[in-house]
Design a protein. Structure first.
Lengths: 272, 272
């Protein structure tokens, strides 16, 4: 019997950091990645629209017989996860819950920082997820809008990145959080710099890593893991011209991005 | 008789720098601004899609009886201007031609730099417009992807903006262009910094200013100018939630942004 793939999607290229961690944690697994490059960004769109788009992408991946779906997008994880879980008969894993759970586990003081895009921070999705797990936690948040373009530009260890990180993180540092959640799929590329600025006594929680760990745990529990001796294949689909996607994607995956196929989604699949 | 308005549109908030110059040059004129915030950015979309969106917006503004249409968006100016001009019975002014014309007029050496988004630079629209006017001109281009998020964040005169400008502009400065076209509607907010970095012997061409000058010239020629004693009214329409639009828009207009109305475009109006 053929082993089924893990499906992963994002509004664009950011989810590739989650794919990278899945490839690292489960190198034997086949993956299908979908980036909705024609309609990125999702953060400025209404919850109804985002839910419909997520439904279309889930249908596309389900037709390719995936065994688990990773929602590698903070916006979709914040607004459309319940709808996707209701509709799909396979496990669905978002990026917010794994990051929030890890933060609550590792924080000693209960003082947790969260950084993300303006949309993610405005949604309070991480704050709610953390408070559900530990109602006494104190959550401090900060939107860092320049981190995404810095990561896409490849400016992750120069003086511009350092000054930007120092400016954004100053208040979080001064308020002495002991844990900081990287609440955006682009931020793992700036992890080194963010760690330098925050100092070695602050634990960084990488949502991408935690999500990959959750995926491994669920597949293990359901006996859906492929034998570790195998080597996974990886396919990439996008909804619009992949020029920028290939350049930035190779940066995100360390040059290991394979062929990228442009596809058209069936809009009738959007009902969830 | 009621005086008709000037219609101005952009994919988002950037075109407000063009509106600002129109308000400055022609304070007596009423204006209608449309920002397609639901579908921004246009730079990653196909020419067919951008042309259809531009047609929908033009129809929306034409129903409000405008006397001239300003396409305050580099992407639309690059791909959809001929289609809009064919379809509309009023003058249509883009942002590329006025900037290119001014650059050719003021450059003594014929060595002209152009900066813009990755999409604008890739389209070569400014290079072609400049070469049409002066085939001997030498045009050097540089995409500056971080300038847009810096302008939206309001980081226009801090150390991050300075270092970013120095990095992007180094080669243009070394190759001794004597004129630099700000080929993106967001860039006028960084004009001071860009001027500091390039040095006082380089002439900056602000497409927004040149576009406003062109609008004044056309309306004067066609005897459509409102008497200078009047004071113009300004209306703002967007296609999605205007939260970020209001905050960034006030930054772009110096706090003078009025009420913003969210509207739905008629997709059947997109045929041009």
């Amino acid at each position: 019997m053929a082993w089924r793939s893990i499906g992963i999607f994002d509004s664009g290229v950011g989810g590739l950091t989650v794919l990278r961690e899945v490839m690292h944690t489960l190198p034997q697994e086949d993956t299908l990645y979908f980036g909705d490059t024609a309609r990125v960004p999702y953060g400025t769109k209404s919850p109804e629209t985002v839910t419909r788009y997520a439904g279309e992408i889930a249908s596309f991946l389900m037709k390719r017989d995936i065994k688990l779906l990773v929602v590698a997008c903070n916006t979709v994880s914040a607004v459309a996860l319940p709808a996707l879980k209701r509709r799909l008969a396979i496990p669905v894993v978002g990026v917010i819950e794994p990051g929030a759970r890890r933060a609550v586990e590792v924080s000693r003081s209960g003082k947790i920082g969260v950084i993300g895009t303006a949309g993610t921070i405005r949604s309070s999705a991480y704050t709610r997820a953390i408070k559900r797990l530990n109602p006494d936690a104190e959550v401090l948040t900060r939107a860092c809008p320049l981190f995404v373009p810095l990561a896409e530009e490849g400016w992750t260890d120069n003086q511009v990145a350092r000054l930007t990180a120092e400016t954004y993180l100053r208040e979080l540092k001064e308020s002495a959080v002991d844990t900081l959640v990287l609440g955006c799929t682009h931020y793992p590329l700036l992890k080194q710099m963010i760690g330098d600025v925050m100092g070695s006594d602050v634990i960084l929680v990488d949502s991408a890593e935690e999500t990959a760990r959750t995926v491994a745990a669920i597949l293990g529990e359901k006996r859906l893991l492929r034998p570790a001796a195998e080597k996974g294949n990886h396919s990439y689909f996008v909804s619009d011209i992949p020029a920028g996607f290939v350049r930035v994607g190779n940066r995100f995956l360390g040059g290991r991005l394979g062929d990228v196929f442009q596809v058209t989604l069936d809009e009738e699949d959007g009902e969830v």
